[in-house]
Design a protein around this ligand. Sequence first.
Ligand SMILES: [Zn+2]
Length: 205
Amino acid sequence: MVEPFDPTSLEGRDPLECGGVGREISKIAEYTIECPYCGNPSFRVEEYVYEVPVFGRILLSVGSCSLCGFKRRDVGVLEEKGPKKLVLRVRGERELRYLLVKSARAAVLVPEVALEYTPTLYSYGYITTVEGILYEFQQAALVACSGEQSQQCKDILAWLEKAVNGEIEFTVIICDYDGLSKIVGEGVIEVGLDEECRALTGYST
Ligand SMILES: [Zn+2]
């Protein structure tokens, strides 16, 4: 599993010193807006753009509120494509290793087993793999199922175990509402946002 990239690790550092992250990194904006949590005009955002192999230009955004301490971080690809639905059929280990960017506002679905991740105020963006997405679901299922012995819990945990091991074919769907997400690999289908994505409730501003 690839550890989710942690953009807060850049906080307090001169971005020009972060040579290991990307070849060229530059701060493109710094501004203060209304805090999404407490509503005060005290939410400071810094945005960086840097070049990375595979993805190209990446936008990194780190924000924090000086009054309530609320923090947000996001990451996304800078492509002129706009909102879209990404669909990938995972047939085995090859697709499990595909790299992807999931921006903070993106939703993730695995329709075969009705796994659904919808963004909240606390969601953040990260770079991971398809396998990493399964681990996210696995962690959530372990928490939700702790102390519970229902058949549904057993079934979903058993399914996730097989999926992580590349023993099951399944579909990963990313509803990319802000056009910042991307899956890198062959066989990724990009279509417009449809009813399946629009029907999901979640953080939408
Ligand atoms: Zn605040």
